[in-house]
Design a protein around this ligand. Structure first.
Ligand code: ADP
Ligand code: MG
Length: 246
């Protein structure tokens, strides 16, 4: 097996036509099985995603095996050829919209997850209250949301077919929340221009007002702060505190 990626608490190997993600003890059984179950549910749509082949436990450590998808991540392609950024961004937004048109009725609800995250955040209770109220005021859609839709979670095959990977945070809910999170992630990565271009394009293609997504940002930023480091927390508070404005 060839080690191809090391993330926090996990190692990713290639074993022939398989991709094996091996988790350490910071991942509970429930977390690993949840990732596998989410993915299995999304596999029932006609989206291109790698299929899960096996869940196993070796020496106390859980691991999940997937079909290996040949190709490069969209993040790597974007880094390699900045002149194609517009083209890649178009593909990225089209794929996110195609995904959000799918229904996966047994997935957890994004709203529930966000309420729990807001409660777990360290903002003052009055601000948390405002965020809960704002979240409850959003239209209750049941669109497929990825939860971490970013170019590193898309693999483009040599034939040009985009595969979406990493479904551990998948839920059903309001697609503007998924888009707001993508925007924030670009921002946290220091890609501010890309973040703005992304948001403008997503809003144009979905006929959504930019202000609508902006009103969702404080909620997403508060949720994101729960597992953020100090530096990220400072950036995120900037968005959370905008909640006072309306
Ligand atoms: N099915 C797959 N086929 C090929 N490469 C994959 C596959 N799944 C993941 N990878 C590679 O491993 C990296 C990490 O996988 P990912 O599921 O996104 O983990 P993380 O949760 O740490 O982001 C990806 O960016 C990609 O390069
Ligand atoms: Mg990933």
């Amino acid at each position: 097996m060839e080690l191809i990626y090391t993330g926090s608490g996990k190692k990713v190997y290639r074993d022939g036509d398989r991709l094996v993600k091996s988790f350490d003890e910071s991942y509970t059984k429930a977390m690993v099985l949840n990732e596998a179950l989410n993915q299995a549910r999304v596999e029932e749509t006609d989206l291109h995603i790698p299929k899960i082949l096996e869940v196993s436990n070796i020496g106390g450590f859980w691991s999940v095996s997937w079909e290996f998808i040949e190709g490069e991540t969209l993040a790597a392609l974007m880094d390699k050829d900045p002149s194609r950024e517009d083209e890649y961004l178009n593909l990225f937004v089209d794929l996110q919209i195609e995904m959000s048109e799918k229904k996966v009725p047994f997935l957890g609800h994004l709203r529930d997850k966000l309420h729990a995250k807001i409660s777990a955040s360290s903002y003052p209770s009055s601000l948390r209250y405002d965020l809960h109220v704002r979240l409850d005021g959003l239209p209750r859609h049941k669109k497929l949301c990825h939860g971490d839709f970013q170019p590193s979670n898309i693999i483009i095959t040599p034939a040009g077919v985009p595969y979406i990977i990493d479904w551990s945070h998948a839920t059903q809910g309001n697609a503007s929340i998924d888009a707001a999170r993508t925007y924030l992630v670009f921002y946290l990565q220091g890609k501010e221009a890309l973040a703005e271009n992304y948001l403008a394009l997503w809003c144009e293609k979905t006929e959504t007002e930019v202000g609508y997504v902006q009103r969702v940002l404080p909620i997403v930023a508060a949720a994101q702060s729960v597992k953020a480091n100090k530096e990220e927390k400072e950036l995120l508070s900037k968005w959370v505190n905008v909640c006072d404005w309306q």
